[in-house]
Write a protein that binds this ligand. Structure first.
Ligand SMILES: *Cc1c(COP(=O)(O)O)cnc(C)c1O
Length: 360
């Protein structure tokens, strides 16, 4: 059976070899006689899975020792609250860079806890670019600076890591973590919902510099305290065991493929050819300025929006799924995360050219 190419923004495609391995291990993991989903999270078998997954993630991203890795639940959306609750540390304010729908939500949630200085907001140009470093109006007394390196809905990606001096940098990397190598030491905290580029929904990764935790604001719920999760190795309560296991298989898949350098080459190639196809056509358009274009989420519009539904139904017929753009933006969006094979992007480009030739 050949599987269709699914361009969903999340939950998104998983690598086929990962799914095949999970299938092979589904009823009986490594002669344990159990499915991973049936195992005690404190048993020897699951501990092995959990420890290996963390070790593989640390090795892929070369995470320095002073960073803790947490396997949590609640999605990136819970991190919008957890970050201020844990990182304000007696400060009254935090800086936020607002470059799209997700960072806007992060700002709104942070306002429940502190005064937010929006260091830059690109909404007046419909979130079509990442600001330059010199445009950032950073404050000297901010507890941290929060930004969204890849805006999943608008398809805007920072081509650089903002310099915030001694102020901890916090990044919502839900739709870009593991797409390329990363200098983790530039960050105070990184978080990501897994369902885009890491694994299935239900798992949230947090990578946090150890010296930043343990100073939560009063009345922080136990489950929202990073230190509790650090002390309990992400097992204060029952962790999302099966999602953790699947993420571990994804980390192994990345390692076997040559790690994040190799993944970055593939991702860059995939994105470059799709943007080239869009830019080379008078029928398709992408609104994002070229140097801020995402490698992972590629929104595009048709010259005639009345053809949108026809485009989508013919694409589906051709085995190209979930290309509809986010309801707030319209048009199309192709999410081409790590798990999207280059052949899937080629198939999309070919379909787009054919659609333009016959219907455009
Ligand atoms: C998907 C997404 C979120 C929301 O993630 P949930 O896990 O659904 O809470 C937040 N930020 C970014 C950048 C995303 O892509």
């Amino acid at each position: 059976m050949s599987r269709p190419y699914n361009f969903s923004a999340g939950p998104a495609m998983l690598p086929e070899p990962v799914l095949a391995r999970a299938r092979d291990e589904l009823l009986n993991w490594h002669d344990s006689g159990m499915c991973v989903a049936e195992m005690s999270h404190r048993g020897a078998e699951f501990m092995r899975i959990a420890t290996q997954a963390e070790a593989d993630l640390r090795s892929l991203l070369a995470i320095p020792d002073q960073y803790k890795v947490l396997f949590l639940q609640g999605g990136a959306s819970s991190q919008f609250a957890m970050v201020p609750m844990n990182l304000l540390r007696d400060h009254d304010s935090a800086d936020y860079i607002q470059t799209g729908s997700w960072s806007k939500k992060a700002v709104a949630e942070a306002r429940r806890f502190c005064s937010v200085n929006v260091a830059m907001n690109t909404e007046d140009t419909r979130f079509n670019r990442a600001p330059r470093q010199q445009e950032l109006n950073l404050s000297a007394d901010a507890a941290y600076v929060h930004y969204t390196p890849n805006e999943t809905i608008e398809g805007v990606e920072f081509p650089y890591i903002p310099d915030t001096g001694d102020i901890p940098l916090v990044a919502d990397m839900s739709s870009t973590l593991l797409s390329r190598p990363l200098d983790v030491s530039r960050f105070g905290l990184i978080y990501a919902g897994a369902q885009k580029n890491i694994g299935p929904a239900g798992l949230t990764l947090v990578i946090v510099r150890e010296d930043l935790i343990g100073k939560t604001i009063a009345a922080t719920p136990t489950m929202f305290d990073y230190q509790i999760h650090v002390k309990n190795e992400s097992m204060y309560n029952t962790p999302p065991t099966y999602a953790w296991y699947l993420a571990g298989l994804v980390f192994e898949w990345l390692r076997d493929l040559g790690g994040l350098e190799a993944m970055a080459d593939i991702n860059q190639r995939k994105a470059a050819k799709l943007y080239a196809a869009i830019d080379g056509s008078a029928f398709y358009a992408n609104p994002v300025e070229p140097q801020s274009r995402s490698w992972m989420n590629v929104p595009f519009t048709l010259a005639n929006p009345e053809l949108d539904s026809q485009f989508l139904s013919e694409a589906k017929h051709a085995g190209l799924l979930t290309l509809k753009g986010h309801r707030s933006v319209g048009g199309m969006r192709a999410s081409i995360y790590n798990a999207m094979p280059e052949a899937g992007v080629d198939a999309l480009i070919q379909f787009m050219a054919e659609f333009e030739r016959t219907r455009g």
